[in-house]
Structure formats: structure tokens, C-alpha cells
Design a protein around this ligand. Sequence first.
Ligand SMILES: [Zn+2]
Length: 276
Amino acid sequence: MTTGPRYITGSIDSHAHLELLPRRGLEPGAMLAEARAEGVAGIIDVGVVPSDFERRVAAFGSQPIVSFTAGLHPTSVTPERVDEELALLAQTLESGEGPRRRPVVAVGEVGLDYHHSADHAGLQIETLERLATLASRHELPMILHNRASEPEMLAFLRRVRPTGVMHCFSQDEHYCADCIDLGLFVSFGGNLTYRSSHGIRAAAAMVPDERLLVETDCPYLSPQAVRGAANHPGHLAYTVEALAAVRGVSAEHVVAVTSRNACALFGITPWSEDEA
Ligand SMILES: [Zn+2]
């Protein structure tokens, strides 16, 4: 089986960390040129700390298929730095609205992660609420990360009711039903394809078409078929095919609905070579 890039025309990857690809031996510039030539309609490049934004825009801002978010990953929330980080993020969101800037399309990724660091559990919640205030001030959706923090995340969602997406959904159909009821989009990544991911597949089967997104989360979470290799935007096809299989629809249908939803959520238009 080939494990090379398999770009899908018209697809939008709702969550990628392009700047991390070189650490895994991949060259994002060449991959983006290839993705564009193959008709990929969009890639959402997701930030993890506010200070990465300028660097990412400098590196990938000339690529018309890439849209940028700015965020503060919960594992980077510390008492010493949080105020400074939030101030820089606020500044980025404001300057991102200027005429010469690439607009920020979402606040993310942000969220709760008690797997990597439960030390600052309370601070993570408080920070997430401040991030939600920033997102709503700028009318931006949130890209939510949620690991080993399910009850706290649900309580936050019920309290704040943010617009956004639960990225790399990793729980089960019951948790997914709550996310849907609370108005969120739900995005699936490569872990959908892992043999033990029964709960994630049950969730993927029940998300309404109009709330479904797909992502690579590259360079993390390579799908089963390429597990062990660095993940990249050209691996989206494996997750699209797995979504099609669990939902009993065609891959083309999955691409059509997930791209339409990504455009609606992030306020972007699908890139097409015809518009160049
Ligand atoms: Zn991510």
C-alpha cells in the first residue's frame, strides 16, 4: 500500500499544525503546493501559543489555501505567563482585523487538558472562560481541545455556550450527543480509524451532516494505515474514508458537507485554482 500523500479535491482540513511538520522531516511548503495543485480547498493552520501567530503567517501566509487561527493550548497555561499570553492574543485578534493582515478565523486551539497537566486545572478553566470572552468579542468560533477533562469541559460548555468545534473528538456517542445539543461542530481525526476506537466511531455515525468536520491534526495522530509515520495534510483521505464508511455515505458526500461546514464555521471561502 502506498503511504504517500492522497489529497482530495475540494476537501478542507479543519486542524493542522503546519509549522510542526519539519520536526518530523516533512517540508510544508512543497506539500502545500502539491495540495493546492490537487485541488484541496482549505487547510486551517492552528496556533498553540499567541507568539506563534506572526511566525506562521510569515511562513505560510502566501499560500491561499491556508487560513490561520490564534490560540493558547491548555498545556501552555501557567500562572506565571497567562496574563501576558492573553494580552498578546487580544492584541493579535485586534491587529488581525486590520486591512493589511490575514484575518484570524478562530480562537484555537484552546481548552482543557488534565492528561498532560492537571496542576493548573482551575487556572485552565478560568483561562478558557477569558478566551471565550475574547472569541465572542471578535465574533470568532473556538477550536476546543478536551483531554481527560470531560465533566469540566461539559460544565464550561453549559455555562458559556460558545460557538465552535470540539476538535479531534475522542469520547463516545453520549458525550457527542451533549456536544451537538450544546450547538458545537464535531471534528474527527486519525484516531477514528484506530481498531479500539469503537466509541469514536459510534459518535461519528450520529453527528448530523451540518455539524461534521474532518481534520488531520498533523503531525500528530496518523490514521491506522500510516500509523507510525508523521501525519500530514495528504493523510486526510484515510479519515474521510473512515467517516464515509461509518456513516454509510460516499467519500464525496463527506468532503462536500465537511467543506461546507468549515466555510460556514470559519467564515472562509473554498480555495479553487479557477479563482487564481
Ligand atoms: Zn491540535
